[in-house]
Design a protein around this ligand. Structure first.
Ligand code: C5P
Length: 208
């Protein structure tokens, strides 16, 4: 019953890669960023503050993993709010517990996020750490926004990417970092297909 952990910063290509891997190996997939986003959205919708740990943790306990929808949760403000509440230990505790229950599902799972290989599933069979330069990640985000018909400023998107990195890597509880036994995939100069093939080679070595 394999568990595949995929971590890395925002817009490095984890999401696309994780979905491809889950489909290839017939595994369940959880984008754990959505659990933080769903908690943040619930707080915003209820007009509750983003700086009250007890209130945020209570919301985190109510998140339903079956109802997570990236198309609703993708907006920038929700991502920002998510990274703010993600520094709170009681929030992380509640969400990590739900993520671990998901990880135990048969016939195996792929989880992607920031702390899967280090905290949520330290015993995962395969750990991938997906990175790309901040400039490449900002360009991908920028292109996505333009493609969706909205307006964007590349310099602002790059500043946002750097700010998110700083918050995710700098927090005390479960900072974003590669597990000691993670395989690094730098997607800066890779197509989606090339990144997938690199991941598949690493996974096949372990699973076969
Ligand atoms: O990956 P995504 O951008 O959807 O994640 C939103 C925020 O949730 C991240 O910036 C991060 O602060 C937080 N997060 C986390 N741990 C995870 C997944 C996401 O702290 N495993």
């Amino acid at each position: 019953m394999p568990i595949i952990a995929i971590d890395g910063p925002a817009a490095a290509g984890k999401g696309t890669l994780s979905k491809r891997i889950a489909a290839e190996y017939g595994l369940h997939h959880l984008d754990t960023g959505l659990t933080y986003r769903a908690t943040a959205k619930a707080l915003l919708d209820a007009g509750l503050p983003l700086d009250d740990e007890a209130v945020a943790a209570e919301m985190a306990l109510k998140v339903d993993l079956a109802g997570l929808d990236r198309s609703v949760l993708a907006v920038h403000e929700i991502g920002e709010a998510a990274s703010k509440i993600a520094v709170m230990t009681p929030v992380r505790k509640a969400l990590v517990e739900a993520q671990r229950r998901f990880a135990a599902k048969q016939p195996g799972t792929v989880l992607d996020g920031r702390d899967i290989g280090t905290v949520v599933c330290p015993g995962a069979d395969v750990k991938l750490y997906v990175i790309a330069s901040p400039e490449v990640r900002a360009k991908r985000r920028y292109d996505e926004i333009i493609a969706s018909g909205k307006d964007a400023d590349y310099a602002q998107v790059l500043a946002d990417v750097r700010l998110r990195d700083e918050r995710d890597m700098g927090r005390a509880d479960s900072p974003l970092k590669p597990a000691d036994d993670a395989h690094l995939i730098d997607t800066s100069n890779l197509s989606i297909e090339e990144a997938f093939q690199a991941a598949k080679t690493m996974i096949d070595k372990v699973l076969k």
